[in-house]
Design a protein around this ligand. Sequence first.
Ligand SMILES: [Zn+2]
Length: 226
Amino acid sequence: MIGDFINLIFPNCCFICDDWLARGEKYICTSCNYHLPRTNGHKHAENDYSNRLYGRGPFEHVLAYLKFIKKGKTQRLLYHLKYENQPAVGEMLGLWYGNDLKEGGLADAFDLIVPVPLHKSKLRKRGYNQSDSFAKGLSIALDVPWESKIISRTQKSETQTRKGRMERWQNVAHIFKLTDATAVAGKRILLVDDVLTTGATLEACAMPILAGECRQISAAVIAVAQ
Ligand SMILES: [Zn+2]
């Protein structure tokens, strides 16, 4: 009752289409949810984005929940997640994707979920790491622990958007460090990030995990840039 009353005064709007949300809807409306550009890549051993990580280390699974198209639905969602102080959106997407992965036969494919860390100064500015909240949602759905303190980001990377593939790699190589040498040993690690573009960041972050003798490494992202 009180919730309905508050909704009447401060109606919640869909993060994608700005329409008012109905009771039971959270962050996005049912119609926008239905039309989210899901990749469904986990249903195929090879998908059209897994080859971005070929030659970038032995990734067992490369998984992306949504397609990222400029000015599209995913961009609007990620905008709220990253710049509008809405980490709970990431958790919701992680929950949904985790359930999809479970149904897709990946219920028992990972032992530990590790989000790609932000640099300290960026974390301070934003207040949270958007990849942490995605990891948290995946962790709940898949019933696999997640741990954010295993890897640290030692340097800030410059913005990647105007860089070529080689430049992007040089920009991020050696910026991640394993803080707990034993934490990944013998485990199947699911590395989690928000957007996959060239894969340079995921590869750089995978290097210390592989050096820590994990059993297997995979990657999951909220969205893959088209
Ligand atoms: Zn909507």
